[in-house]
Design a protein around this ligand. Structure first.
Ligand SMILES: Cc1ncc(COP(=O)(O)O)c(C=O)c1O
Length: 366
């Protein structure tokens, strides 16, 4: 056996969206607008920042494994702390799920071009990773159900989905769930839950109390805390008890936990962020459509633009980068002809659309 297992050797690492500093350096720009990583353009929740400040003096002490945040979340969502886990972002918890539940012969099942973070984590375990194609940029849940085998252990569903921004409905999920054996764990990744929750067709997974479903949510998106690394999960207490055995004992950090508790109380920031995003989605969707681009309808804080081919997607991205607008080409996800654009401030969105108009005329030669 080689030192590095072949499935690690051949693994392509997670490549995050590019930073403003890096793009400014490369293109000789004074500033750039980051619309590549679905972050909150308003910055972090002010109550989270206050909470971080209050906890700085206790940094010489080890954290308590997220217990305070678990209690606060349990109270907020009317659960027991035994049903809640907190971790270093929802990806921290995903990593724990993979380490806790997967055996060598198990299979993971999801859609093509699933959230890249999950793809990398699942593939790093060296188990079979199977996918089905999108149907009109939505999860094809009937096709997924048809692919379940006796080896299937985990089914990963992101709702809303990244990178498409689409949702599956309550009705679609209910029909799908009938086909999933109890021994299969469904990960319902609701990183963009807050943006979709008011859509009456959206299935809030907190209304499901299935023993084989784990819901993951994060403070990285609407609460503006991507840099702090704090996320949480809800599930049956037996699943949580096993995840807690595997979790790094001092994850999440003291400051991450404090930020999460502070953010949960920040209703004003949540409201302001939702309003800005709703405006931004309309502005970007209408603007891109007016240029003749295809825009996938989104329930999240970004839109996906499918281009005729990789060359057009690449030229569009590059042209925006030269003007200091950072968007996300989706080659790493497996969608070489698509680009994802996160909503920004009103001004970011306007500047992005102006630059896109010039980019489109370059790309189409018009
Ligand atoms: C679907 C989905 N899940 C999870 C995450 C990661 O969240 P976290 O920052 O909590 O690890 C993202 C971030 O882009 C995402 O799009």
């Amino acid at each position: 056996m080689p030192l590095v297992p072949p499935y690690i050797e051949s693994l392509r690492p997670y490549v995050p969206g590019r930073s403003s500093e890096e793009v400014c350096r490369q293109y000789g720009l004074a500033g750039a607008r980051k619309m590549a990583s679905n972050e909150n353009p308003l910055g972090p929740s002010p109550l989270a920042v206050e909470a971080i400040r209050r906890h700085v003096s206790g940094l010489h002490l080890y954290p308590n494994g997220g217990l305070d945040l678990r209690r606060t979340l349990a109270e907020t969502f009317d659960l027991k702390p035994e049903n809640v886990i907190a971790g270093s972002g929802s990806e921290g918890i995903m990593s724990g799920i993979i380490r806790t539940f997967l055996c060598d012969d198990d299979e993971v099942l999801t859609t093509d071009a699933a959230f890249i973070g999950f793809q990398v984590l699942a593939r790093s375990r060296g188990v079979a990773y199977r996918t089905v194609a999108y149907r009109d940029w939505h999860y094809d849940l009937p096709a997924l159900a048809a692919q379940i085998t006796e080896h299937t252990k985990i089914i990963y569903l992101a709702n809303p989905n990244n990178p498409t921004g689409t949702i599956f409905t309550k009705h679609e999920f209910d029909a799908f769930y009938q086909h999933v054996p109890e021994r299969v764990l469904i990960i319902l990744d609701e990183a963009y839950f807050e943006y979709a929750k008011d859509n009456p067709r959206y299935p809030d997974s907190m209304h499901y109390r299935y023993d084989n479903v784990i819901t993951l949510r994060t403070f990285s998106k609407i609460y503006g805390l991507a840099g702090v690394r704090i996320g949480y999960g809800f599930a049956h207490q037996e699943l949580i008890a096993n995840l807690l055995k595997v979790k790094l004992p001092f994850e999440p950090s003291t400051l991450a936990q404090a930020a999460g508790i502070g953010a949960l109380a920040d209703k004003e920031f949540l409201h302001r962020s939702l309003e800005l995003n709703a405006r931004g989605l309309r502005q970007l969707t209408d603007g891109f459509k007016s240029m003749g681009l295809e825009v996938v309808p989104s329930d999240a804080n970004f839109v996906m633009l499918p281009f005729p081919g990789p060359a057009e997607a690449g030229a569009f991205t590059e042209s925006l980068l030269r003007e200091g607008i950072i968007v996300r080409p989706l080659g790493a996800f497996g969608l070489q002809h698509c680009v994802r654009v996160s909503t920004g401030t009103d001004d970011d969105n306007a500047k992005c659309l102006e630059a896109s108009r010039r980019a489109v005329s370059l790309v189409t030669g018009g």
